[in-house]
Design a protein around this ligand. Sequence first.
Ligand SMILES: Nc1nc(=O)c2c([nH]1)NC[C@@H]1CN(c3ccc(C(=O)N[C@@H](CCC(=O)O)C(=O)O)cc3)C=[N+]21
Length: 281
Amino acid sequence: MAKLIDGKRISAEIKDELKREVAEWKEKGKEAALAVIQVGNDPASSVYVRNKKRACEYIGIGSLNYELPEETTEAELLDLIAELNAKKEVSGILVQLPLPKHMDEDKVIRAIDPAKDVDGFHPQNVGALVIGQKGFVSCTPAGIIELLKRNDIEIDGKHCVVVGRSNIVGKPMALLMLRENATVTVTHSHTTNLKEICKQADILIVAIGKNQFITADYVKEGAVVIDVGIHRDENNKLSGDVKFDEVEPLASAITPVPGGVGPMTIAMLMNNCVETMRYTI
Ligand SMILES: Nc1nc(=O)c2c([nH]1)NC[C@@H]1CN(c3ccc(C(=O)N[C@@H](CCC(=O)O)C(=O)O)cc3)C=[N+]21
């Protein structure tokens, strides 16, 4: 039986730590506020936006929500970002992804001041991660490192296989594991022998966006399995990229969906928001 990695509990712990820290910074006259921009009204996005707002309120930082209609032009969005970049009271800016198809996501992300890019998506922050310099780190991979550390799971020297190479999860995940001295293999949809490679993993991190794709035959006995996927069926029941019931008996530790990686994303977003208080004068 695998140890269940409880992301919900750990994210609550982190938010409590941050709440105490924010109170201390406030006594010293510092403030922080997160601006969240949502374009259109995708219901799943609305849930996340609401969760972020609630987390800001909980830890004691400000939150501004901008709900823009689907027809907003890219130029209008860029204007709003420029306005928020210039606003001293706004310390973090998050543009909820995905954006409507008529917008160039790369261009929009590049418009955010890297010092306010609490998502860690700006090329300057991604570049800093590549060469080991300070910068905001993408929240989901940062949350996974925190989950492993707070469960005393050794990373140093281990073989970590990352399934998926997205800019916001797979790639930064591989870089963070490398920073922790893991030996890292990045796999993706063109990988031949995917099963054999996954089976060599001491730590298997799955972010491919395919419902319950990873079955027992991908997993070595005793492996640690981290599931980044999130899928919703017609009854609103959530599942991940890993076939949990099959894999759980094999793994030494595993994250559930929900209650695993998801809540950690929000906790690390809050950590990035508090980071803006740590270094300003
Ligand atoms: N600019 C931007 N930054 C993001 O960080 C970002 C984004 N866009 N677009 C969408 C994805 C998705 N995402 C999640 C956050 C929390 C949960 C989460 O809390 N999940 C809960 C379940 C919540 C539920 O019931 O749906 C869990 O896994 O236990 C999931 C997914 C952040 N994203």
